[in-house]
Write a protein that binds this ligand. Structure first.
Ligand SMILES: Cc1cc2nc3c(=O)[nH]c(=O)nc-3n(C[C@H](O)[C@H](O)[C@H](O)COP(=O)(O)O)c2cc1C
Length: 148
């Protein structure tokens, strides 16, 4: 069965709302295993999934430090996710720089096929944005299901 990881960081809950909506969308596709978490014990665990969707809010023009540490650990351990599907979403206030930073690493370091552009919410995600999050999760689950 296809496995999707939704890994997010959120300090004030906005990106978390998006993460839950992405999860709901992915879970709506029968036969998909979906894991929602804000922490991975080991960067090597990334290889257990067919798709990785990351929720990255922007703080001080940076991606979350937890993500930086995860990518550094993945690099040190030689983790590659070549050809696996990636996608990124996140809440921001005025300049959403974190999602493109995360996309670049997913592509260049991990070798993933990342869907672009990232899905963004200015502060609190509104109804249409949460619907877009659900749709993102659903589309990725369907893509995996239809893969040979
Ligand atoms: C200390 C601090 C720094 C922030 N820095 C940025 C920033 O550099 N760029 C930006 O667009 N938003 C910035 N924001 C706004 C957050 O990205 C925004 O509040 C977002 O909704 C937080 O998402 P979260 O609720 O998932 O943590 C900052 C907010 C705080 C409190």
């Amino acid at each position: 069965m296809p496995k999707i990881l939704i890994l997010y960081y959120s300090r004030s809950g906005n990106t978390e709302k998006m993460a839950k909506a992405v999860t709901e969308g992915a879970q709506s596709v029968a036969g998909t295993i979906v894991e929602l978490t804000y922490h991975l014990d080991d960067a090597s665990d990334l290889t257990n999934f067919d798709a990785v969707i990351m929720g990255a809010p922007t703080y001080r023009k940076e991606m979350p430090i937890d993500f930086k540490n995860l990518f550094e650990e993945a690099s040190a351990k030689g983790v590659t996710l070549k050809g696996k599907i990636g996608a990124v979403f996140g809440s921001y206030g005025w300049d959403a720089v974190a999602p493109p930073q995360v996309i670049a690493i997913m592509q260049d370091q991990l070798g993933m096929s990342v869907m672009e552009p990232p899905l963004l919410a200015k502060y609190i995600p509104d109804g249409p944005t949460l619907d877009a999050c659900k749709d993102l999760g659903k589309r990725i689950a369907e893509t995996l299901k239809n893969q040979p």
